[in-house]
Write a protein that binds this ligand. Sequence first.
Ligand code: FRU
Length: 507
Amino acid sequence: MTSQTLREARKYEEASEKLISKEDRPGFHLSVRIGWLNDPNGFSVYNGMYHLFYQYHPYSSHTGPMHWGHAVSKDLLHWNYLPAALAPDEFYDRDGCFSGSAVTLEDGRHLLMYTGVIRERQKDGGICEVQTQCVAVGDGTDYEKYEGNPVLDETHLPEGGSRFDFRDPKMWKTEDGTYRCVVGNRSADGSGQILLYTSKDGFQWEFKNVLIANRNRFGSMWECPDFFYLDGKWVLLTSPQDMLPQGFEYHNGNGTLCLIGDYDPKTDTFIEQHDQAIDYGIDFYAPQTIETSDGRRIMIGWMQNWDACGIRTPEEPWSGQMSLPRELFIRNGRLYQAPVRELDALRKNEIAYKNKSISGEIRLQGIQGRRVDMELVLSPGDEENLYQKFAVRFAQNAQYRTSLSFRPHESVLKIDRKFSGSRRAIIHQRRCLVKDQKGKLKLRIILDSFSAEIFVNDGEQVLSVTMYTDLDAQDISFFADGQVLMDIIKYDLDMEGSNPSDRGILG
Ligand code: FRU
């Protein structure tokens, strides 16, 4: 039975999405159908399609009582909206259906697990959000909330675990057909911990163990955990709140954290061996992954960050887009990312230059556009006398530009979106330390209408930023202080004519 709240949301989104023209949206990044979007939720493969749900407030371009929006795709790039899947319409989730995940049940139904939120007045007069985990089952379009909800509440918490910070369940199915999930929680020391739960049927859940505790090392509460096996290691992704910077690795505020290590099945604990940021840009948070039928681990994040919000004006009918789907792999003990290989099918109009000498500012014939995939390989023109700075500027016209600059003497790569249409005093620049290679650098830059994602040195680091620059700012230019030799291959990314056939992803 669809509730009145959900019916209204579905009616509203269908009528109001018409306010947004295709040109005013990103091309191959999923954006909100109408209103506000944050975290990716329920990312899954179901009945031969990729399903992606999202934190959704249809009624304004600001966050509000959370619904789950829904979209499907065959190639992770062309998305079609489906009706909103969940609305805050039960006593246990009346103030929001927060983030969660999806799996396919043995009987073929699609199971969603999410955080139900209710605001509770405290003795001191303040209001706190009580968070529990709830499930809903459906057929890929319509979902029914389980009558036994919530399935995890404060009685399933370890000693000292907070019932106010207990959210974002990420489920997976194990080889023996049972289910597991990790949930973010705050422990008695005020910092995050990741709780591990098990279930035989997806409905009855039991607490297993504290998989890992933050112990106040990386920020405070850990949001949106994901836990999976990749290339012989176990990987924990999470998005910590209230981070402090550590050199160039982490920045202040909401951040992203990847821990790589081993899982000890005897104690059900994670033994961490390496930590790093997931994304080194400005706009990336709360990522979620899936394993595809051909065995790839693919991650999508919210291409925005709570601390950098506010870039859009209230008149804008939409706010929020997902990152590019990225294939993950581990190399030399680190997390690497590559744009999903389906993107290659969108490449059109190749333009290439080899060994182009850059000194001062230049433009190259045919190199321009706002939906672009370009690969740059830089090397010093004079190794004895290394260049001081290289920059590539895009989304550029007389008024605007977004620039990516590299100073080889410091090995610092900087993204700057100060001149990219923002009218808010938010973060506009971020620096990232790259591996020192004596002036050599490889960059793959993916531009969509309102974003840039930069894959550094074959995906060793990635920087994501949104920009809302006027779409007529289409120029791309290059600059060097000193001499740089550059190889470049550039493609337009064309959404038309590359829509996958009706075959479905599973053949
Ligand atoms: C992360 C987050 C989650 C929560 C959701 C609410 O961005 O704060 O922890 O479930 O957003 O929309």
